[in-house]
Design a protein around this ligand. Structure first.
Ligand code: AMP
Ligand code: GLY
Length: 440
């Protein structure tokens, strides 16, 4: 099948690689020249992924049958609606359905309206004075979130990033003054526990679960520093995580199914991959955010072990015929993102970077190019994450070691990596943390 793939990051490289394995003829659109995607594409167009007219013209000219849109920004401007209007089937949500991610208020209110489990207390403000008045009335810790899209970097948590009433108000004022996210502020109850990602494939009605993943949002080792888009992630060979049980996972899946049902009932059925980010608390999984796409880096973990044809899965999502299983191999994966030095605060970009793909494969790993670009014939880093390296193995330990071995074959003089991701010590800390909360 001729497939349009939109986006130039690590998540999209992983999707393109999976489509290529399925035998798709790939037509790619991205803003940066991602060499991994280009190598697998029959043709590619470098342009703004939000330029709906150009992307549609390219898709129509090439006669594509099916489209996969990776990032949230083109979803928010209605790329899927425009492609569908031209008769192209899409394995990604329409603009209305993507509100589940593009408006945190829409998501919280939908969950509340339908009495779905897992919601957190929240309040939406369109000015700082009202937010301040509310803050004076509450006696628990909160999280400050810009309502609109911020690339995963706009959230600040009391007790971690914000240590007083004054610091909290300073950030609220900053969001309004600088119009961060562009749609106001949400103050949300802080949930305490361990985070996990449950993604599902959705065809408007049915959901099919993907393996559980744990991402690491904080920029620095030991889970400190600013929030980022995600520094790395792991999956275990049983597709669970060491601190969560089957029944808790089923609760998370029931929440996602209820959201899918609610969206269908409200006339904006959801098709595509849905990303549920949860905090496992002693009172069960609580919703941190829902995204209208694969997680990045999480996509790299799960797509690396997808056994079925990704093209067929996309077709099933696009045509409402998803029922049945999707198979993933029983392997553990550890993904560590190579990022430009300073990422999360101020990235140093434009440095030459090299990736020895063959040697990485010999280590039992795979590399996915992300925010890199070609300049004067050289591969250089951008301001966002550069290359995702995924180690695979029969156990988490083996996957982590393979990832570390492979990382030696990514060379650049201005990068950093969170080496602690997927290590026995860090995973054990998470297990102990959850056990401590349960027994308190
Ligand atoms: P988000 O961009 O919504 O995924 O938030 C980034 C990070 O902030 C999450 O990965 C959590 O670590 C943290 N966070 C967001 N919302 C909450 C919440 N309600 N309670 C506790 N932590 C949160
Ligand atoms: N890994 C977090 C996200 O994709 O939003």
């Amino acid at each position: 099948m001729k497939v349009l793939a939109v986006g130039g990051g690590g998540r999209e490289h992983a999707a393109v690689e999976a489509l290529f394995r399925s035998g798709s003829e790939i037509y790619a659109v991205m803003k940066n020249a991602n060499p991994g995607i280009i190598a697998r594409s029959k043709e590619h167009l470098l342009c703004d992924e939000k330029d709906v007219e150009r992307v549609c013209a390219f898709a129509v000219e090439k006669g594509v049958d099916l489209a996969f849109v990776g990032p949230e920004a083109p979803l928010e401007v209605g790329l899927v609606d425009a492609l569908e209007a031209r008769g192209i089937k899409c394995a990604s949500p329409t603009k209305d359905a993507a509100r589940i991610e593009t408006s945190k208020t829409f998501m919280r209110e939908l969950v509340e309206r339908h009495g779905i489990e897992g919601n957190l207390g929240f309040a939406h403000f369109d000015n700082a004075a009202d937010a301040e008045a509310y803050l004076r009335t509450i006696d628990h810790e909160i999280v400050v979130k810009p309502v609109g899209l911020t690339g995963g970097k706009g959230v600040k948590v009391q007790g971690e990033h914000l240590h007083s009433f004054e610091e909290t108000m300073e950030y609220v004022n900053e969001i309004f003054d600088q119009n961060i996210g562009g749609a106001g502020v949400i103050l949300e109850e802080k949930a305490v526990g361990e985070e996990f990602t449950q993604m599902v494939f959705v065809d408007g009605k049915h959901i099919v679960p993907l393996p559980l993943v744990q991402d690491h949002k904080r920029a620095y080792e030991g889970d400190v520093g600013p929030n980022t888009g995600g520094m790395g992630s792991y999956t275990d060979s049983d597709h669970l995580l060491p601190f969560i049980n089957q029944s808790e996972r089923r609760e998370a899946l029931a929440i996602l199914q209820s959201i899918v049902d609610a969206m269908a009932a409200e006339g904006c059925p959801y098709r595509g991959t849905m990303y549920g980010q949860f905090m496992l608390t002693v009172k069960g999984p609580k919703i941190i955010e829902i995204n209208a796409r694969f997680g990045d880096p999480e996509a790299m973990n799960v797509l690396s072990i997808l056994e079925d044809s990704f093209e067929a899965v996309c077709f099933r999502m696009a045509t409402g015929s998803l029922e049945g299983d999707v198979r993933f191999s029983k392997k553990a994966t550890v993904c560590k993102y190579v990022v430009p030095r300073g990422y999360g605060v101020k990235s140093e970009s434009g440095h030459e970077i090299s990736v020895d793909e063959d040697s990485i494969r010999d280590c039992g790993a795979v590399a996915y190019y992300a925010n890199v670009d070609m300049k004067d014939g050289k591969l250089v880093t951008g301001t966002s994450r550069s290359v995702g390296v995924v180690g695979m193995g029969a156990s988490l330990e083996e996957a982590e070691q393979n990832c570390e071995k492979a990382l030696h074959f990514v060379k650049c003089d201005a990068i950093s990596v969170r080496h602690d991701i997927g290590t026995r010590e860090l995973v054990q800390r998470r297990v102990d943390h959850m056990r401590g909360l349960r027994s308190a």
